[in-house]
Design a protein around this ligand. Structure first.
Ligand SMILES: Nc1ncnc2c1ncn2[C@@H]1O[C@H](COP(=O)(O)OP(=O)(O)OP(=O)(O)O)[C@@H](O)[C@H]1O
Ligand SMILES: [Mg+2]
Length: 257
């Protein structure tokens, strides 16, 4: 089961990805979190793990990757970098940071002034996610950068479901329409998680989004906010987060029947 988590900047994608990963681990799943955000650096802290070598660096760095992508493009190949399926155990060991059955990998990060765009990371993210092959008790959680660029790049091609995180803002509601349309073009299901809300805000958002599509409501929590400020591991519980976990488990079980 592969889940892509997306949404507006700061809506809570990485926080929810981290807590979901820990909840699934507790339920006996092996969980791979794939950090495809080329700008933010804190997901490993939220998971309580070291930062691994990025897959891009392991493959020779951004320039090497870009030249492979360009060569493949001119040769008319659709999968420029990875040509065969990978299981979690086949990911190079230096690209994995892990504790028990919780695994983290990073696609690649921007490092230097003037280095150019993040296209190589986008291409590698799509390629990696598409070629990742999972066992029945594996879940991959793909944490994305803010907005819709990853959808434009086709990173969702290989996933089973897209979960969009919305904070209570007009921009999130507006982005949900665009996200739903783009995910629909990929023929993938999309569901919404309301985050940082209270009952009144949730009711107003559900009116706009439709009840069936909203799988969880996570209230604003000062515990999460404080851990978010100190960079501590996100080992918190909340009813809304259990709803996300149960949704993922049920979807995973259904997909195997
Ligand atoms: N339910 C919540 N209650 C209070 N604060 C929250 C909640 N969820 C997330 N936060 C805080 O909101 C901030 C943004 O969260 P997070 O980094 O997870 O968002 P993001 O969507 O991944 O951001 P980005 O787009 O930059 O990747 C963090 O400081 C986090 O601690
Ligand atoms: Mg994030």
């Amino acid at each position: 089961m592969k889940i892509l988590i997306c949404g507006k900047g700061g809506s809570g994608k990485s926080t929810i990805a981290s807590i979901l990963a820990k909840n699934l681990l507790q339920k006996g799943y092996r969980v791979l979190v794939v950090d495809t955000d080329e700008s933010n650096y804190g997901l490993n802290n939220q998971l309580g793990l070291e930062s691994p070598t990025s897959l891009m660096d392991q493959m020779g760095g951004k320039k090497t990757l870009l030249s492979k992508i360009l060569t493949a493009y001119y040769d008319g190949k659709k999968t420029p970098v990875i040509n065969q399926n990978w299981t979690i155990d086949q990911i190079p060991v230096e690209c994995i940071s892990k504790k028990d059955d919780l695994y983290l990998m990073q696609i690649g990060k921007l490092q230097h002034f003037g280095e150019g765009c993040a296209c190589p990371m986008g291409g590698l993210s799509k390629d990696f996610v598409t070629h990742l092959k999972l066992e029945p008790k594996d879940v991959a959680i793909i944490d994305t950068e803010a907005g819709t660029e990853h959808l434009a790049r086709g990173v969702a091609t290989g996933v089973d479901v897209v979960l969009m995180v919305l904070d209570p803002s007009y921009e999130s509601i507006k982005l949900s329409k665009k996200t739903a349309a783009m995910v629909g073009e990929a023929n993938k299901p999309v569901y919404f998680i309301l985050n940082k809300i209270n009952d009144q805000l949730a009711a107003a958002m559900i009116q706009q989004l439709g009840e069936q599509k909203v799988i969880a409501q996570i209230p604003f929590s000062s515990e999460i906010q404080e851990k978010g400020l100190s960079g501590e591991e996100m080992d918190v519980t909340a009813s809304g987060l259990d709803d996300v976990t149960n949704f993922v488990i049920q979807t995973s079980q259904r997909s195997q029947n």
